[in-house]
Design a protein around this ligand. Structure first.
Ligand code: SF4
Length: 311
């Protein structure tokens, strides 16, 4: 079992990082490596489908988001974007996945649904823009998953446990390691890419408006996909994180514990309690009450009709 990032670095210093994770899984869970790779091939295909559907998606269930990917896609296609294509595609694909999530479509939780746009956004954009073999992306998913699983040994990966750093921060960290791997980086560079990404999300709170995974979650995924690419770029250039990854994870856990309850997915603080956030939550509540009343009236009507029909 890989107990820490320090252990991982010792174990995999001069080895292919994906091979090390696959061997570990085989030893610990008796799942053959080819089965894991095949499962992740399917996950990559789901991510790809999700991106294609989401690019032109419409309004979300809560009606707060949904058109972001379509708008960015239109701007990109018509030459109205100013960032480089890799960056724009990472944002676009992250938005596409999150739009699908907010429309209750099928996505891959990576590691959670709320942060599910970041890893596919980064990896699929890179694959496309640098003509990387999709099999390499599948192996990068092994790496991203392995990094996430080591973080999960000490941290609960949910906004409710420790704020958005535990979801979006972890996803950005996983994606950064995967990108470093895809670009031919060493194990050391993948770990430092993960560390640079994670430490620069520490303190990020979870404050979803109306309790829906829509605002700020959808756009936040686009921004932190780019954040992860930046972390990978720094690590690949030889920049190390001064604070080791294991200590960053410990800090994340401590910070998460010290966050007040209102900033841990309760929708009782932060953006959720701004004037606009409060008004939206009220509207959502009124709409839910109205729908509940309509359903109750419908049931009542049907019961009356049955009664009348039998007497
Ligand atoms: S704000 Fe909360 S619900 Fe939204 S992505 Fe972050 S952790 Fe998930």
């Amino acid at each position: 079992m890989i107990e820490s990032f320090q252990h991982l670095e010792e174990l995999a210093r001069d080895r292919d990082l994906a091979d090390v994770f696959l061997e570990m899984d085989e030893q610990e869970h008796a799942v053959p490596a080819d089965m894991i790779v095949e499962a992740l091939r399917k996950r990559r295909a789901v991510m790809r489908d999700c991106v294609e559907r989401g690019k032109n998606g419409g309004e979300s269930m809560g009606k707060l988001v949904g058109h972001e990917a379509r708008l960015l896609n239109e701007a990109f296609r018509s030459g109205r974007t100013f960032l480089d294509p890799l960056t724009v595609k990472a944002e676009l694909y992250a938005l596409s996945v999150m739009g699908e999530n907010a429309r209750m479509g099928v996505i891959v939780a990576a590691p959670t649904a709320g942060a599910g746009g970041i890893v596919p956004g980064m990896l699929l954009a890179l694959e496309e823009e640098r003509n990387i073999d999709p099999e390499r992306t599948v192996r990068a998913l092994v790496v991203a998953g392995g990094i996430g699983s080591i973080i999960a040994l000490s941290a609960n990966i949910s906004g409710a446990a420790g704020g958005c750093q535990n979801e979006v921060g972890v996803a950005s960290s996983m994606g950064a390691a995967g990108v470093a791997y895809m670009m031919g980086g060493t194990t050391h560079q993948s770990i430092h890419a993960a560390a640079i990404a994670l430490k620069n999300t520490l303190g990020l709170v979870c404050d979803p408006v109306g309790g829906l995974v829509e605002v700020p979650c959808v756009k936040r995924n686009a921004l932190f996909a780019v954040h992860g690419l930046t972390a990978a770029q720094l690590a690949l250039a030889g920049v190390d994180s001064v604070i080791p990854m294991d200590e960053i994870v410990e800090a994340m856990v401590r910070i998460g514990r010290s966050l007040p309850r209102g900033l841990r997915e309760t929708a009782e603080g932060g953006l959720a309690t701004t004037e606009t956030g409060t008004a939206i939550a009220l509207r959502l509540k009124e709409e839910a009450n109205r729908r509940r009343a309509e359903r109750a009236a419908e049931r009542e009507r049907a019961a009356q009709e049955r009664k009348t029909g039998t007497t």
